[in-house]
Each structure stands twice: as structure tokens, then as C-alpha cells.
Design a protein around this ligand. Structure first.
Ligand code: AP5
Length: 216
């Protein structure tokens, strides 16, 4: 099964993708994580993306589509892919249709996670991430069972993302409403759109996504 998690910054795409990976065996394809890895590694893609990401703007379609195309060539993606943060523009959505068709794959659903903008700034500015495994936490909504120790891997170092400050989150929201929200209409038109309430608690959102995906 290949699914898109569509939603604004802080909607819970990464949180739900990681939960689904554990229970389905699908792979998470997060363009944000891939671009951050490229920035950290100092690759050509990373050098081009760094300033754009820090400003909360969208990295160019050519770069992102290239990164996704390469990732889809890896054999583990045949188990199923959860697209997290991709596509984000009409050009990316059309490119994804093309890439999937070329590889004989189909898109099963685009899950739109709906959250009010005011809550998103709070969610994103309270987020921190395990430095070792990338598990995400929140100062209030999702704390590790033991303070300072990652539930997933036992790591004790945590990071906050460079773009998780209130000013950059607002720029990311502007980009979302201008370029990404129109994809809701695009996937409604293809009959693939499912909508879930992203304001509910994390476990309830997971259950709603499972219901939206149906049995199997
Ligand atoms: P990216 O990394 O994709 O960031 P984003 O879309 O802004 O989304 P986030 O990762 O901030 O949020 P999320 O929805 O995953 O929320 P999370 O689960 O962490 O992109 C970053 C940048 O990279 C972009 O700005 C752009 O520059 C570039 N980029 C990436 N993809 C691109 C593309 N396709 N094209 C062009 N440029 C691209 O949750 C947030 C917090 O809330 C966490 O602390 C979590 O614990 C908490 N939380 C989650 N769910 C709930 C809940 N239900 N209740 C309470 N708390 C919750």
C-alpha cells in the first residue's frame, strides 16, 4: 500500500508515519528528514536546500522530485511507502503520479490531517527529537516515559530543529496554504482523499487513519 500523509507543519505526519511503520512494515519516505540528512552531510542537495529550509520556504521541485525518485528505486519501498511531507506542490503531485506509474505502483490514499493553525505553532515549538533514532517528542503532549530517556532507543540526547521557531513556522504555514493545501482538491478529484481530525490525541488519530485505510 502506498499512502500520502498530507498536512501542515506540526499536523502529526511524522508521528503517525513512525507508528504506521512499526505496525505495517511500510517504509516512511520523509522528504524533510532526507533533506535534513543532506544538509548535515554537506552534499550538493544539502547546500542548495539549507538556506531555503531555514527560511521556512519550499525547496525546489526539481531537487525534491530527484530525491524521491532515487529513494523509490530502492527495493525496500516495494513493501509500501508512507509519503510524509511529499508531495507539497501540484508539480510534485503530478511527478509522483508519473513515478509510481513508471514503477508499476499505485497510490492507495492521501490522508489529509486537519489541524487549526493556532495549535500548529504550539505543537512545532514544543517539539524535540531523539538525536540517536529521530523519535519525536513534545514538551507537553508526548513526553518520554522516563524523563530524558528515549522510549524507542534509550538515547539520552535530544535536538530541536533549526526551523522550529515561531517566525519560521509562520513562514512554513504560508507556504503550506499557498502551495500544498490545493492538493486537497487534487486528491479529492482523483477519489483518493481521506480526511482525519489531526487535533485529536495521538492514539485516536492513529485509529482514524486505520479506519480511513480500511481493512487489510
Ligand atoms: P518537514 O520536515 O516535512 O516539516 P513539516 O511538513 O513542516 O512538518 P513537521 O515535521 O514540522 O510536522 P509533522 O506534521 O511531521 O508533525 P510531527 O509529527 O513532528 O519539512 C521541513 C522543511 O523541509 C520544509 O519547510 C521545506 O523547506 C523542506 N521540505 C520538506 N519536504 C519538502 C517538499 N516535498 N518540497 C519542498 N520542500 C520540502 O508533530 C509535531 C509535534 O506535535 C511533535 O512534538 C509531536 O509529538 C506533537 N504531536 C503530533 N501529533 C499530535 C497530536 N495528535 N496531539 C498532540 N501532539 C501531537
Amino acid at each position: 500500500m502506498n499512502i500520502i500523509l498530507l498536512g501542515p507543519p506540526g499536523a502529526g505526519k511524522g508521528t503517525q508515519a513512525r507508528i504506521l511503520v512499526e505496525t505495517t512494515g511500510f517504509v516512511q519516505l520523509s522528504t524533510g528528514d532526507m533533506l535534513r540528512a543532506a544538509v548535515a552531510a554537506g552534499t550538493e542537495v544539502g547546500r542548495k536546500a539549507k538556506a531555503v529550509m531555514e527560511a521556512g520556504q519550499l525547496v525546489s521541485d526539481d531537487i525534491v522530485i530527484g530525491v524521491v525518485s532515487d529513494r523509490l528505486d530502492e527495493p525496500d519501498t516495494r513493501a509500501g511507502v508512507i509519503f510524509d511531507g511529499f508531495p507539497r506542490t501540484a508539480a510534485q503531485a503530478e511527478a509522483l503520479d508519473r513515478l509510481l506509474a513508471e514503477k508499476g505502483l499505485t497510490l492507495d490514499a492521501a490522508i489529509s490531517m486537519e489541524v487549526d493553525d493556532e495549535l500548529l505553532v504550539d505543537r512545532v515549538s514544543g517539539r524535540y527529537i531523539c538525536a540517536a533514532c529521530g523519535e519525536g517528542y513534545h514538551d507537553r503532549y508526548k513526553k518520554p516515559a522516563q524523563e530524558g530517556v528515549c522510549d524507542a532507543c534509550g538515547g539520552t540526547e535530544f535536538n530541536r530543529r533549526a526551523d522550529d521557531n515561531a517566525e519560521t513556522v509562520r513562514a512554513r504555514l504560508v507556504a503550506y496554504h499557498a502551495d500544498t493545501a490545493p492538493l486537497i482538491d487534487y486528491y479529492t478529484g482523483t477519489g483518493k482523499l481521506k480526511t482525519v481530525d489531526g487535533m485529536a490525541e495521538i492514539d485516536e488519530v492513529t485509529r482514524a487513519i486505520r479506519r480511513a485505510l480500511g481493512p487489510g
